[in-house]
Design a protein around this ligand. Sequence first.
Ligand code: HEC
Length: 212
Amino acid sequence: MKTPNKYLLLILTLGLITGCADDNERNYQYFPDMYQSQAYEAYAESELFPNQTTALKPAEGSVKRGWMPFEYADNEEGYQRAKKELENPVPYTEENLLKGEELYGYYCAICHGDKGNGKGWLVQQEKVLGVPSYDDVGRAITSGSTYYVIYHGRNLMGSYASQMNRKEMWQVTQYVMKLKRELEDKDELPFDKDTIKNKQLFSTSDKLELTN
Ligand code: HEC
């Protein structure tokens, strides 16, 4: 009889202690010095920083994670330079080409047409004028100029840099160049075998974005 009584007492004592705790009330804090820091509201007035508000602007020169500068300015000189020297860093594989075709269907075919001959639906409806065919001899587009035009836009054509990431824009470029070859009755290019070597063209930060 002696032992069960001991347990009973223990259970009763515990019940006494925990029973009074209210789930909706804060627990007691012992030495609460650093439990709760003094919080500042963002953009509230404050003496903390020289600009008198609690929120600070990002340090000068900060760039968004994964963002890469495009070193071809939005002007004729930038266009000509990109046309001449900018090359597609994305390996030419079936997967990339299919993705390019898909994106082309979403964004470009409405004006440029499924075949890239400049006779898309909007052109047929006479909503947009001056859409060139990709085999336009006078323009002689290259991978570099195509990427540049997708990135910056050109006259009536808007920029697509906010709709696609870099890899996607290069995939579309790949598909545009394929359409150009078809319009010119040229042979199709073989897919890249050495895709690893091509991938090394990207710097570490490029990879970050090009894989998303
Ligand atoms: C709203 C219609 C429209 C859409 C959509 C459009 N384009 Fe264009 N595109 C144009 C027009 C108009 C031009 C001629 C611009 C000029 O040189 O005046 C053009 C020109 C081009 C050129 C030739 C530029 C050069 O170097 O002369 C390429 C390449 C091109 N577009 C690719 C694309 C791709 C790729 C897409 C999809 C991401 C796209 N376009 C979406 C209207 C469009």
